[in-house]
Design a protein around this ligand. Sequence first.
Ligand SMILES: [Zn+2]
Length: 230
Amino acid sequence: MIFDYDDVARSGAYFRIISRVMRIMVVLICAFSLVSFPALAGGSLEGVKIFIDPGHGGSDPGAVGPSGLREADVNLRVSQVVANCLSEYSGATVMMSRTDDVYVSLGGRVQAANNWGADRFISIHHNASVNRNYNATETYAYYYADGRAVDLQQKVHKRLLEGLGLPDGQTRTAGFYVLRHTSMPAILTEASYISNPYEEARLRDMGYTWREGYYIYLGIADHFGVSPQP
Ligand SMILES: [Zn+2]
């Protein structure tokens, strides 16, 4: 086949049309991603490394509720929600100390976070008391926590109070191993008391634990000054 000038001119026109169509497609794809992921439009945690530590697990059930609900299982469910929200809604990079019902030593948890170079460490627990009527939300930081840890503690605590509506057990300081030995700002949540029969029943509900995880996530987002929401 021989090309004459008309063919060349025509193929140039086709090329221009194809490149215009491709440009339009790129614009449409970008617009579609903004619609699908409005979270990223409100600020993102891309590049931020957050370590989520579900307390206990395996041979260590943690506290056990009046009808047998294990703290380790509740901690894991809430932690998975926090981790999913962080990565899906805000683009943060998340590592967890465990994703299953396995035993991980406190040293192993801290070492994993320190070796990874996490920017923040959030340990998730539920409290217990011999007084079964007692219930409250408490959030801990180390005695000598720096300003960033205290800010994270306050923001998460405020959101937990808002999300769960339980009595305010205050932000507190403690010398817990994971707070003392982590090399990044770290907090530990005790969102409620699993020893309270009413609370234990609520903690069995997936919607309720989702809510707890989501509000912890909102507190983390507040701390970083972003408002990525689904
Ligand atoms: Zn615990």
